[in-house]
Design a protein around this ligand. Sequence first.
Ligand SMILES: Cc1cc2nc3c(=O)[nH]c(=O)nc-3n(C[C@H](O)[C@H](O)[C@H](O)COP(=O)(O)OP(=O)(O)OC[C@H]3O[C@@H](n4cnc5c(N)ncnc54)[C@H](O)[C@@H]3O)c2cc1C
Length: 489
Amino acid sequence: MTEHVDVVVVGAGISGIGQGYHLQTRCPDRSYVILEGRAALGGTWDLFRYPGIRSDSDMHTLGFAFHPWTGDKAIADGESIRAYIEETARTYGVDRHIRFGHRVTHAAWSTEEARWTVEATGPDGAPRIFTCNFLCLCAGYYDYAKGYSPAFADAERFAGTIVHPQLWPADLDYAGKRVVVIGSGATAVTLVPELARTAAHVTMLQRSPTYVVSRPAEDRIANWLRARLPGKAAYGLTRWKNILTSMTFYRLARSRPEQFKARLIGMVRGHLGADYDVATHFTPRYNPWDQRLCLVPDADLFASIRLGKASVVTGTIDRFTETGIRLTAGEELPADVIVTATGLELRLLGDIRLSKDGAPIDVSKALQYKGMMFSDVPNLAYTFGYTNASWTLKAELVARYVCRLLNTMRKRGLRQATPQFGDADMATEPFVDFTSGYIQRAADMLPRQGARKPWKLNQNYVLDVLALRLGSVDDDMRFDNPQPKRRAA
Ligand SMILES: Cc1cc2nc3c(=O)[nH]c(=O)nc-3n(C[C@H](O)[C@H](O)[C@H](O)COP(=O)(O)OP(=O)(O)OC[C@H]3O[C@@H](n4cnc5c(N)ncnc54)[C@H](O)[C@@H]3O)c2cc1C
């Protein structure tokens, strides 16, 4: 049986729940379902269960604009974030629109019918078909089944336990054990101090260093405002404080990389002392914000290093041995547990095959439009958050823009909105100018961006507010495909 709704949303993480809220608030006459492949909502914040899992951006901007984050901690643990997403979905009744266990595999656009046919596999493994006029892909950006793990020579010889943080076994006992965490990204710097609480010793083994910056887990200004102002006002002020502060720091980092770099490294030296080899372990070869900065709350990573509970080794792995890891420089790192915090496997658009009037859609050949649609692909929006700010900021702008498009189509009596650019020779650039491994590994799958608005990606919340909330919906957007007149019987 085929079920028809006005909008199908894929994914019940932060983006999908936000999209649901904005649809029912701004387009109350439109029906929608959220198809979620898993049995629970929350996406990232339900999937990742490794010890210490937490946000690395503040909850006042990772939280929804319409539902204040009221926790004391601005850098919050994974379970609190999951509970907050669930509470939001319940408070506004978005949860009633979710179909759990529905994994979407294919979506086909028909111009004649002005609708998508969305194929999913239901919880019982049987196919389910939905049709809709507009499709919102809020499916995240990485493979849920497995993380990225490079092939390590002789990994099978290692007699201990190897785990990837994405598939952390709930019963893994690391107390009193020697743990080596491979990696230096957000996950590694989260895991190391947490594991170091009970492990015999934790070694963070990195090929090259990352910028690490400490920030208080609690935002004193936010808590001060919350104690004195109505909840929404305090939250709104804190949100804008954090948005503008992080934008200022980002601009400074990009415009004065050498000074910014010196400041970041100086702060690490302040935490670890003059004798620590900051040059080897905490001085990256790239400029700040060529990759995401790693945030550590209350300097917990540095504290565990100072206490001798954790240490950092910078080197290249030659091979695993029965008892640990051998580096190319000859050093042996003994281990009982090896954690491969080596990152994510990028997956775009929930691995859904897309087609238009029978022809496959290859988004790697398309240009992105306003960071939320693709050239020549009608009535489809995707959510891909900022790399230099909280994901939710962009997710909600996209959600609201979708509502503007839906309302414009309704007002004009048209059924189709397709981004189209006229200048065939417009110069193009990669989708994001990030050197992080997961982006580089997936460069071939990603769409490109153009050299001018609205085809250029802003990565800037204020510019996006201007473009998506206040700007015209008509720029390089073709609205067409009127409802066909019914023939008299
Ligand atoms: C460990 C970790 C920490 C992070 N910390 C931060 C942070 O502090 N700040 C920040 O801004 N960002 C952070 N991010 C990025 C983070 O993913 C986003 O903040 C945000 O949670 C993404 O929400 P989402 O709803 O877009 O995607 P997800 O949370 O990935 O949710 C996508 C949902 O779509 C479902 N889905 C996917 N494909 C299909 C399909 N084909 N059919 C049906 N359902 C499907 C998935 O099951 C999932 O539930 C972090 C990411 C990770 C991995």
